[in-house]
Write a protein that binds this ligand. Structure first.
Ligand code: EPZ
Length: 430
């Protein structure tokens, strides 16, 4: 099995290009099936989750051509199957975006229940509530979510809690419903806005994305488009925290600094310097890190997808910090692994109480999920000595070329698949 081997201790220094946003690319790929015209998409990240979704839509008869590593041509005029249950689709959460997209276009679809990172119970009741409000019949049978509708009719939908997935899914279905839909208490994440912009570029009538009330005037048909996906807020944030954790100096390039404000604010609070320019942010960590408190919240709050990364920084800070996770109920699974590297963290319910330590020490660790994996790797890069990291496939779900980008910043990290390769790395770096 492939694993990472890491020799910690090098401050990460340099510039890193940020790719397209995974969590925008996934719904945008699904939404590209809503027209029979050809769609061109640029800045698609080459990560496992997008790859899995693309393979899955190909099994349905969708034409997909990679015109470059980050660009795609998609044509969905020849869809043959409206039952999507191949092995690929069960692996990712975003499979449910095929429901909103295909229900909109064909008024029926059956999709396997979603998988994805195990970060707590991940209900889909709000998605179902939204589809039903638009007039669809929804049942769950034999592991499939089955939806059908004679007609989809615009409706007024209040989301009981803020959900990125449900907002996106209902927005897609409503884009081709008859009449106007209003989604209240909508998610405001940059990828919600990106999907709305994508749909509007195909002729949809969506207003208000990025606020908590989205108004969608349904249209009977969407047309082809040429679209570039926004930069990945979480990939950028991860490298910004890499600078903080390793006492480095990293510039993330090709970003939208506005999307990174909650992350920059916390970095400033813990004693880093943050310099913003038009499309780049530089983070310098030259002083001892200070403790702080943080609570994850829907955008524009501090993202849950950055919670493990900030915890890894706070566990190296002076004093006691409190991290409260309000979005998912099981997102502290990395704490046991971090403890093995010397961290002092006590988890009580959705709160982690962190007493800062001076340093981490290398250990053999196992990745529990995507973002926790990235955070543990950053801890290993700051640790004294060697670490090995198993289950690295989780990290490939959402980070393109993670170890190569880290290497370019001076990290000593390699993928190894045998004891011999591991020893060779130790000889080379010893
Ligand atoms: C999206 O997940 C992202 N995934 C997650 O990215 C991200 O952590 C999350 O949004 C929050 O920002 C994708 O975009 C593919 P939610 P999603 O619906 O849509 C509850 C990553 O690392 N809820 O906003 O599943 C739910 O249980 C990840 O890239 C309901 O109760 O998140 C959770 O507590 C992992 N009923 C909260 O809402 C529902 O019907 C937020 O979930 C839907 C959600």
């Amino acid at each position: 099995m492939e694993q990472y081997v890491i020799k910690g201790g090098n401050p990460l220094v340099g510039e890193v290009e940020i790719g397209g946003a995974k969590n925008a690319a996934l719904p945008i790929i699904a939404a590209s099936l809503m027209t029979n015209d050809t769609v061109h998409i640029d800045n698609i990240p080459d990560v496992r989750d997008t790859d899995v979704l693309l393979k899955s839509i190909q099994t349905m008869g969708v034409f997909v051509e990679r015109t470059g590593r980050h660009s795609l041509t998609i044509n969905a005029s020849q869809i043959q199957h409206l039952v999507v249950e191949d092995d690929n689709i069960k692996k990712i959460r975003a499979s449910y975006y095929l429901i909103g997209a295909l229900l909109a276009k064909y008024k029926r679809v059956e999709v396997a229940l979603p998988g994805g990172c195990n970060i707590g119970s991940r209900a889909i009741d709000l998605h179902i509530k939204g589809f039903r409000a638009l007039g669809a019949e929804v049942t769950i049978e034999h592991g499939l979510i089955k939806t059908k509708a004679e007609r989809l009719l615009g409706s007024h939908i209040y989301m009981d809690s803020v959900s990125v997935g449900a907002t996106i899914n209902v927005m897609m279905a409503a884009a081709m419903a008859e009449g106007t839909t209003i989604i209240e208490n909508a998610a405001k994440e940059p990828h919600v806005v990106d999907l709305a912009n994508f749909l509007n570029s195909m002729g949809a009538g969506i207003k208000g994305a990025g606020t908590d009330v989205i108004r969608i005037k349904g249209v009977p048909k969407l047309h082809g488009t040429d679209y570039t996906i926004i930069p990945d807020q979480i990939e950028a944030g991860t490298y910004m925290f890499a600078a903080a954790i390793t006492k480095g100096d990293v510039t993330v390039k090709n970003v939208i600094p506005k999307h990174l404000e909650s992350i920059s604010a916390k970095l400033l609070e813990i004693g880093c310097e943050v310099e913003e320019s038009d499309d780049a942010v530089r983070v310098v960590s030259s002083k001892p890190l200070q403790h702080t408190h943080v609570k994850t919240l829907p955008y524009p709050g501090f993202p849950t997808d950055m919670q493990p990364q900030i915890a890894v920084a706070l566990a190296l800070s002076q004093g006691t910090s409190i991290v409260t996770e309000t979005i998912f109920d099981n997102r502290f699974k990395y704490v046991d692994e971090l403890t093995r590297m010397g961290a002092s963290i006590k988890v009580e319910g959705n709160t982690a109480i962190i007493s800062g330590v001076n340093k981490y020490t290398g250990a053999s660790i196992t990745v529990p999920d995507l973002r926790a994996g990235a955070a543990l790797i950053l801890a290993a890069l700051a640790a004294d000595g060697y670490s090995t990291v198993e289950e690295i496939q989780y990290v490939a779900r959402g980070y393109e070329d993670f170890h190569l980008k880290l290497q370019s910043l001076g990290a000593q990290i390699e993928v190894v698949d045998s004891e011999r390769a591991l020893q060779k790395f130790k000889l080379k770096t010893g």
